[in-house]
Design a protein around this ligand. Sequence first.
Ligand SMILES: *[C@@H]1O[C@H](CO)[C@@H](O)[C@H](O)[C@H]1NC(C)=O
Length: 365
Amino acid sequence: MGFSQKLFLIITALVVLADVATACSNGQCRILDECSSDQDCEAGLYCSSCLVGFSGSRCVRSTITNQFKLLNNSLSFNKYAFLTTHNAYAIDGYPSHTGVPRITFTNQEDSITEQLNNGARALMLDTYDFQGDVWLCHSFKGQCYDYTAFGPAIDTLKEIEAFLSANPTEIVMLILEDHVQALNGLTKVFTDAGLMKYWFPVAKMPKNGQDWPLVSDMVQNNQRLLVFSSIQSKEAGEGIAYQWNYMVENQYGDDGMKAGSCANREESPPLDDKSRSLVLVNYFRSIPMKELSCEDNSGNLINMLHTCYGVAASRWANFIAVDYYKRSEGGGSFQAVDLLNGKLLCGCDDIHACVPGSTSGACTP
Ligand SMILES: *[C@@H]1O[C@H](CO)[C@@H](O)[C@H](O)[C@H]1NC(C)=O
């Protein structure tokens, strides 16, 4: 080998090494490529770590596939799946609104607006009577305290109003763990937030396992906000749907994460009760663990969706509720929703495979 050949090889080796060190950047890093900032990653991904799943920082998904835009919105509401954020209001760094430092856990990292913009469409909120108003709060023995309170519900509801106003073809669902006893307390705060104009009426909700109205009709009628309360009497009293008249759901917390089992939560009819047209799968720990949620939100979540499908009389979930929804080993909760929409809409493992001519996503219709 001559000197010039050796030199050429050395230079080639150096170029290859340099290339590995900065394998990608500037919005070109793909899923699970190493990254040093969000800007390195392709659109729809962000730079995140997952100690229990992979080394270093890598690009993982940060946004949903919009099923209505990828396909269409001409089917019944219960034919689609939606990402659900558990305790959507319990956000890292949310400022204290009581003057007392908060001593409680969080379940999410993004603001409500970010959650909605990234594709969460169902939000779980805990509502309490507090300081003469409706607040969002973690409870301690069923009570809201200064040190467990996040903030007045109106602030969060106004963010939801702004999203619905800016996105006239999107639907948002609120699932309330409702502790409000004040007469018409919820109606007042929803009215004050400007949300009543989007209200989907209880009278239009199917009572005996029928299909829901078409999403396209819900959009056309501008009835794009679905609210469910855990207090039964509010359905007749305030016209706020009682959650378990319309939905079945599995156990929440650690007991809901036992591989191979999908028992219903106490308040819910059994998962296989087809008189309820909507199926919700909870998959989050009793005490949130940020560093483990990337693993929880990945393969284990997918396995649970399959388990619950079997238990729910061969019905795929419409909602999956998770903590720290963006944390994953790659596709995470977004991939799980793609799976559900694929199954629900065309019998494929990924909604992308429902697009005519697509090659992505295993499909055996
Ligand atoms: C909407 O998408 C679904 C699922 O792919 C399909 O079955 C249906 O025919 C589509 N409807 C219209 C009007 O395109």
